[in-house]
Ligand binder design. Structure first.
Ligand SMILES: [Fe+2]
Ligand SMILES: [Fe+2]
Length: 278
């Protein structure tokens, strides 16, 4: 396998092509929804996070799609437009599922948009790096705990699989954009990324605090922690973190090994796993 230089034309071709070529053209209106027993349907109806999940997916779609118009490179434009399409499709797949199982229609709230699409994309990307890491593990644990029937999790699998592609694309896009800038502008780009990441981590800390107090999080795009709370999975924190680490590695394994992988959240999780009680 030919090595690639981060920031090169070959790097851009590789992370965009990998993303575009692994797109799954499923149609949310034509899914084979499995027959569920009454207890499973009831569980779906009482899950408190559908409003937040669909609002988040819709908001991410708007933010990603806003970046498309700024792209002068056709390959980057195609890849980012495809991600925007996939995010909107996530919201539609969730809507279709709720409709199919007659879960009351969720209330979708639109977030105020920052005028800079690149800043929005940075925030969305770092948010997804954080949320997806935990979503991978929680999806596995929810399956093992039979919280949802396996055929239903199978229909929802494309969302989880696509989030792995999104974060893979994002970390490579960030590295590519930074390498493309003249050297004296790179520290500013690094500072912007650090600020975007810090803000996303902060919104999640706020959610955790709000959840601990039994309040809400002010509508921020951080439903993963809410999901974790409401699933009420009876596992030790260490088991949860270790499962997330394993699932994160497995979810990213199918893609070209020359592409960069998210480092920050798995790195923190590894440190956490070492100190958490079993
Ligand atoms: Fe999504
Ligand atoms: Fe995504």
């Amino acid at each position: 396998m030919k090595a690639i230089t981060v920031g090169s034309e070959a790097h851009k071709e590789l992370f965009c092509r990998e993303f575009i070529d692994t797109h799954d053209p499923y149609d949310p209106t034509r899914m084979a929804w499995p027959e569920l027993d009454e207890a499973s349907v009831q569980r779906l109806r009482t899950m408190p996070f559908w409003d937040e999940a669909i609002s988040t997916e819709s908001d991410v779609a708007v933010k990603v799609q806003a970046l498309v118009a700024q792209q002068t490179d056709p390959l980057l434009r195609e890849a980012i437009a495809l991600q925007g399409f996939e995010e909107a499709r996530h919201a539609n797949l969730l809507r279709e599922m709720l409709r199919h199982y007659q879960v009351p229609e969720p209330t979708v709230t639109a977030e105020k948009q920052h005028p800079d699409p690149e800043w929005n994309f940075l925030r969305v990307g770092y948010g997804e790096c954080f949320d997806s890491f935990f979503a991978f593990g929680l999806f596995r644990l929810a399956g093992e705990a039979r919280l949802f029937p396996p055929p239903l999790l199978e229909v929802m699998e494309p969302i989880v699989r696509e989030e792995a592609r999104h974060i893979l694309f994002f970390v490579n896009w960030v590295a590519y954009c930074r390498a493309q800038r003249p050297w004296h502008l790179r520290p500013w780009h690094a500072a912007q990324c650090a600020a975007a990441m810090a803000l996303q981590v902060w919104t999640r800390i706020r959610t955790a605090i709000a959840a601990a107090r039994g309040g809400d999080n002010g509508g921020e795009d951080d439903f993963m922690l809410g999901v974790q709370e409401s699933l009420d999975l009876d596992f030790s924190p260490r088991h949860v973190v270790e499962t997330c680490l394993r699932e994160n590695a497995a979810r990213l394994a199918p893609y070209d090994p020359r592409l960069l992988r998210p480092q920050f959240v798995p790195g923190l999780a590894k440190m956490l796993a070492a100190v958490l009680p079993r």
